[in-house]
Write a protein that binds this ligand. Structure first.
Ligand SMILES: *Cc1c(COP(=O)(O)O)cnc(C)c1O
Length: 254
């Protein structure tokens, strides 16, 4: 059970973030962006409380932590409809675990991971069939783009925050589109540290426009965190990933 004070604090923070999103989206000729609340480092009880406050989407960046929370909440009716978004760097050997609970993986940045996720989905479908459970829907996959990599500037790219080089997007998109069990959702990025997020997100929107020429349905643009959500909304992001401004500062140890 969540302490009533914690519940109140989460409700207040959530209302403030929703207010900021609404203000930033006012006058935007697009549907309101979706909020994914990033619950990493915080307990399953917080996730349950957020679900009770109407949050439908949560984000996690470590499989060990996410799978434990998803398992803890499996029998909790309040958390039944929650969608889990995996947003962190993912090792291929964790694919099998991630597909058991994840609705979506935002951090696909290489061909080997596309193959691993598709293979894991096939195994998961078999597991469910053997258990008499219904089939799971295809895993939504976003390609993470490294916005520090700027081929047009002749820069090699840093990849400090993960992601594929922009020149790789087309090849990865083709691979995801062809992979059984995966559905190509769109793109994800983190704004480079110490740079203007508006400029970075504008580039991300250009990559999204290019992607949509080949795959019109792959329209998701996951961008914007606590610090830069306004810039992401202004640029045209469809999904925001907000952690600390809802949950509070992250604890140092876990
Ligand atoms: C932690 C994290 C977020 C949320 O960041 P906040 O600054 O806490 O809002 C968003 N995206 C990714 C990829 C993250 O790892």
């Amino acid at each position: 059970m969540t302490h009533p004070e914690r519940n109140e604090q989460l409700a207040e923070n959530l209302a403030q973030v929703r207010q900021r999103i609404a203000a930033a989206a006012a006058g935007r000729p697009l549907p309101a962006p979706e909020l994914i609340v990033v619950t990493k480092y915080f307990p399953a009880s917080d996730v349950a409380a957020l679900a009770g406050l109407g949050v439908a989407d949560v984000g996690e960046n470590r499989d060990q932590e996410a799978s434990a929370k998803a398992a803890e909440l499996e029998a909790d009716p309040a958390a039944a409809g929650l969608r889990w978004h995996f947003i962190g760097q993912l090792q291929s050997n964790k694919a099998k675990s991630v597909v058991r609970y994840a609705h979506s993986v935002h951090s696909v940045d290489r061909l080997s991971l596309v193959k691993a996720l598709s293979k894991a989905m096939a195994a998961e479908q078999e597991r469910r069939a053997a258990d008499g459970a219904g089939p799971r829907p295809d895993l939504q996959v976003l390609i993470q783009v490294d916005l520090e990599n700027r081929p047009e500037h002749g820069e090699a790219g840093g990849s400090r925050r993960g992601g594929a080089a922009p020149v790789e997007i087309g090849r990865l998109a083709d691979a995801v589109a062809e992979a059984p069990g995966l559905e190509l959702g769109g793109l994800m990025a983190v704004a480079p540290l110490g740079a203007d997020p508006a400029e970075a997100f504008a580039r991300l929107m250009e990559y999204s426009a290019q992607l949509r020429r080949a795959y019109p349905h792959a329209a998701i643009v996951s961008a914007g965190m606590s610090q830069d959500l306004e810039a992401a909304v202004a640029a045209g992001a469809t999904h925001l990933r907000v952690g600390s401004d809802v949950l509070g500062p992250r604890p140092r140890v876990m």
